[in-house]
Design a protein. Structure first.
Length: 276
């Protein structure tokens, strides 16, 4: 009898909560960190975007916003989002940690977004990891690694080795200059498009499923390529192309004198490479 009473109360609470409108509470935070001996930066969050913006200065400036959406006293819930700054040798790790979403009574979901300002070429590498949020890097000259799910990737005016990976999101490139090997752009359910400059040697893999690949490269670019798709065309325009293999869904060869290795692959999408 007592157990049935308790269950009845709980069901009533759930019924009442289900009829309430969700509210959102936000809280801004900021921190300036001297570069000192820092050579590598990692930023990690969930349910929020990450932006790395190159700007003049001698420090790393972090600006962000915590967010909780749910029911009840969310002023207490937002205190559960903890921002940590951990320097491990020459590596700075900035992390947002919070409870799992879906608290029984508050139905709370937690998220944090970061905007990080830093000198364009002061660090050897930067890394951004999130879920349910976009990642962006702009005006930077360094090795960049960006990872997300359910969000897009945006790179603008960058120079360095790039590894960008997302699921359910596109990758947009604007004046991206690659350096060295093992450059990777990968997504599923999204297009990969933009401007890329290749060095004389190195490599880049650009892969997607359920999305097109559209690249603009200088007409003087020299690279060896392999391009494949399951459902779509493969076209090169405004470039001096020598084909060594040409089939409906697979083409390989070189542009100008070759050198840099470029691998393009998609399913359910076209591939177009255009010289400018």
């Amino acid at each position: 009898m007592k157990r049935a009473f308790v269950m009845g109360i709980l069901l009533a609470i759930v019924w009442l909560l289900s009829g309430c409108n969700l509210i959102t509470v936000k809280e801004s935070f900021s921190k300036d960190i001297a570069l000192g001996s820092i050579k590598s930066l990692v930023v990690q969050t969930k349910n929020g975007a990450i932006e790395f913006l190159g700007t003049e200065g001698s420090s790393i400036s972090v600006r962000g916003e915590k967010r909780v959406q749910g029911l009840g006293n969310l002023d207490e819930e937002i205190k559960k989002i903890i921002i940590s700054y951990d320097l491990q040798g020459d590596r700075l790790i900035i992390k947002s940690e919070s409870p799992s979403d879906g608290n029984f009574f508050t139905k709370a979901s937690y998220g944090t977004k970061f905007v990080v300002y830093l000198p364009p070429n002061a660090l050897a590498s930067i890394t951004g990891r999130t879920s349910n949020g976009a990642v962006k890097a702009q005006n930077l000259e360094t090795s960049i690694q960006l990872t997300t799910t359910n969000g897009g990737v945006d790179l603008r005016n960058t120079r360095g080795r790039i590894q960008a990976d997302t699921t359910n999101g596109g990758i947009d490139l604007y004046r991206v200059e690659l350096i060295g090997g093992n450059n990777v752009f990968s997504t599923s359910n999204g297009a990969i498009e933009g401007d890329i400059l290749f060095p004389p040697s190195g490599s880049c893999d650009i892969h997607t499923s359920n999305g097109r690949i559209g690249l603009r490269v200088p007409s003087s670019s020299a690279f060896d390529f392999r391009a494949s798709t399951s459902n779509g065309s493969i076209d090169f325009f405004g470039l001096s192309v020598l084909l060594t293999q040409s089939e409906k869904n697979l083409k390989s060869g070189r542009v100008n004198t070759g050198g840099f290795r470029l691998d393009l692959a998609t399913s359910n999408g076209t591939i177009r490479v255009e010289g400018f």
